[in-house]
Ligand binder design. Structure first.
Ligand code: NI
Length: 172
């Protein structure tokens, strides 16, 4: 039989994910002034890295070692779940409250309960340099808030009221 390797796979440019304890994760990311090839490559690589993860639904540039205000959120199958590839995202409105058990690619093995807004409006720029406005609720709102926190050096473990062992959760 024949084994076919797709070109896409060969060009996968996954980047290494920084983990908690890495001081870079605690720095504030810079606003993107120009969407050049470097930024586009960063977005492609972030997407590949996210897709290669087991169950990640979001990633922020500092997690791959780049201090630029870029995030990706991709909830997968769920309708308006994305992927959202956002440059310079800002939360312009927040409403209500919800508690969710969160995890993070940069904090392997831990989950934590975090209180987030129930609904948010996020303004950003897309890869084509166009302004986008996302009105999000529930899981999408949580994920956007979590990723935008990364751009300010904030991890979910800073906000969690309680932390849990992720492996123990799997066995429940
Ligand atoms: Ni995270």
């Amino acid at each position: 039989y024949v084994i076919v390797y797709s070109e896409r796979n060969e060009n996968m440019a996954q980047r290494q994910i920084r983990e908690v304890g890495d001081p870079l994760l605690r720095k504030k990311s810079r606003v993107v002034e120009t969407i050049d090839d470097k930024v586009k490559q960063l977005i492609d690589d972030m997407y590949d890295t996210l897709k290669a993860s087991d169950d990640g639904i979001g990633i922020a540039a500092p997690q791959v070692g780049v201090l630029k205000r870029v995030i990706i959120v991709d909830l997968g199958e769920e309708g308006e779940g994305g992927p959202y590839k956002l440059i310079n995202p800002v939360i312009t409105k927040a409403k209500g409250e919800q508690v969710c058990r969160e995890g993070c690619l940069s904090v392997p093995g831990l989950l934590g309960d975090v209180t987030r807004p129930k609904e948010v409006t996020v303004e950003a720029i897309n890869e084509e340099g166009k302004k986008v406005i996302i009105k999000a609720k529930d899981l999408l709102a949580i994920c956007l808030c979590h990723e935008i926190d990364h751009l300010d050096g904030i991890l979910f473990i800073d906000k969690a009221t309680e932390l849990f062992d992720a492996d123990a959760e799997d066995e429940e």
